[in-house]
Design a protein around this ligand. Structure first.
Ligand code: SAM
Ligand code: SF4
Length: 330
C-alpha cells in the first residue's frame, strides 16, 4: 500500500478535520466578541465530500480522525455524519473535540458508535462565573453536566484547558486535584495567538515548563510513556486515578514526531497548524478530481510538510499568525 510519508520519514496517520467554522461560544482566546466572518454555506465542505476525503486518506494509511471546528455539534446532522464515517472500515478511531454545550442529548447515540473513542471537552475554568466570562456565554452548568455524563459513559474523556495568563492560572492545581477520583485526563494547553485578531495582551508567558513547575508545587508527578505522536507530555499524579498532560502548542517541542495533517471546514489542506494552508481540496474535487488524482495529490502534499511549526510559521505568505482557531480546527 502507498502510504503518506513526509520528507523527514514521518508517517501520517492522523487527520484533524474541522466540520464547520461556526461556533455557539465566543472564547476570548479564540475569537473576538462579535465573532469571526463566517463563510457562506456553499464554501463549506459537504459531509459527502468530507467522507470521501477521509476515505481516500485511509486508503493511504490514515487510521484516526479528529473532528473539530468551530463547534462540530453546531453543524446540522453532525451525529448523522458520525454514523456515516463509522462505515469506513479502514478507520480505527473517530475522536471529537467539543465545547460540550450542545451534546448532552446525543451522548447515548454516540456511545453506540464503536469507532468513536475519545472526546476532548474544552473547559477552562471550574468556576461558573469565570467560565461564562471566558466563553462570553452562560453555559457553564450545561457543560459541567455534560462532563459528568461523559465521565459515566464508555467514552474516553479528556479535558482541554487553555492556560490563560492572569485569568485561570490560579486553577491549574484545582484541575489537577479534579483528577483525584476521576478516570480522566486533564490537558493544559499553552495559549497561542490564533484568536481571530482578538489582540490579547498577556502578563506572563505560561509555557509548558512553567505549567509543569506550577503542578509540581503541590503534586508528585511521574512522566508516563505516551504514544510517540502524542500532542501532550503526560504525567501520573501520586494517588490520582486520572492523569494530566501539557500540550506545548506554542513552544512546539513535539513537532519531531508529528503524524498529523489538517483539513479546514472549507477544504484547505494544512500540513501544520502554523502554516497558512497549502491546497484547496474543495475546488479540486468540485472540478472533477478522481480518487486516484486525490491520492497522487496527498502523496505529494505531505512531502511539503515542514520540519516543525517554527519553519511552517516562517514560510507563511499571508501574514503572521492571527486567524481564529475556529477556522483552522484546533
Ligand atoms: N469548539 C470546540 C472546542 O472548543 O472544543 C472545538 C474547536 S476549538 C478551536 C479546539 C480547541 O482549541 C479547544 O480546546 C480550544 O480551547 C483550543 N483553542 C482555541 N483557541 C486557542 C488558542 N488561541 N490557543 C490555544 N488553544 C486554543
Ligand atoms: Fe468556539 Fe471552541 Fe473557539 Fe471556544 S474554542 S470559541 S468553543 S471554536
Amino acid at each position: 500500500m502507498r502510504t503518506l510519508t513526509d520528507n523527514f520519514g514521518r508517517q501520517i496517520e492522523y487527520v484533524r478535520l474541522a466540520v464547520t467554522d461556526r461556533c455557539n461560544l465566543r472564547c476570548q482566546y479564540c475569537m473576538p466578541a462579535q465573532g469571526i466572518d463566517i463563510v457562506p454555506k456553499e464554501e463549506l465542505l459537504t459531509f459527502k465530500e468530507m467522507y470521501r476525503l477521509i476515505r481516500v486518506l485511509t486508503e493511504l494509511g490514515v487510521k484516526k480522525v479528529r473532528l473539530t471546528g468551530g463547534e462540530p455539534f453546531v453543524r446540522k446532522d453532525f451525529v448523522g455524519f458520525l454514523e456515516m464515517l463509522s462505515y469506513n472500515d479502514l478507520l480505527d478511531a473517530i475522536n471529537i473535540t467539543t465545547n460540550g454545550a450542545l451534546i448532552s442529548k446525543h451522548i447515548s447515540t454516540i456511545e453506540k458508535l464503536e469507532k468513536v473513542k475519545n472526546i476532548n471537552l474544552s473547559i477552562d475554568s471550574l468556576r461558573a462565573d469565570r467560565f461564562n466570562e471566558i466563553t462570553r456565554r452562560a453555559v457553564f452548568d450545561e457543560v459541567f453536566s455534560t462532563l459528568e455524563a461523559l465521565e459515566k459513559s464508555r467514552l474516553n474523556l479528556k479535558l482541554n484547558v487553555v492556560v490563560q495568563s492572569g485569568i485561570n492560572t490560579d486553577e491549574i492545581r484545582d484541575f489537577v486535584r479534579f483528577t483525584k477520583d476521576k478516570n480522566i485526563g486533564v490537558r493544559f494547553i499553552e495559549e497561542m495567538p490564533f484568536n481571530g485578531k482578538g489582540l490579547r495582551e498577556t502578563q506572563e508567558n505560561w509555557t509548558f515548563k512553567k505549567i509543569l513547575n506550577e503542578i509540581k508545587t503541590e503534586f508528585k508527578v511521574q512522566e508516563i510513556q505516551s504514544e510517540k505522536s502524542s500532542t501532550s507530555r503526560n504525567y501520573s499524579i501520586q494517588n490520582h486515578l486520572g492523569t494530566v498532560g501539557i500540550i506545548p502548542a506554542f513552544t512546539r517541542s513535539i513537532c519531531n514526531d508529528c503524524n498529523r495533517i489538517r483539513i479546514t471546514s472549507t477544504g484547505t489542506f494544512k500540513n501544520c497548524l502554523f502554516d497558512d494552508g497549502v491546497f484547496n481540496l474543495r475546488d479540486f474535487i468540485r472540478n472533477g478530481a478522481s480518487n486516484e488524482d486525490l491520492k497522487a495529490l496527498f502523496l505529494s502534499l505531505v512531502k511539503e510538510k515542514p520540519e516543525n511549526g517554527f519553519i511552517a510559521e516562517a514560510n507563511r505568505t499571508k501574514g503572521g499568525v492571527s486567524e481564529s482557531m475556529s477556522t483552522i480546527g484546533g
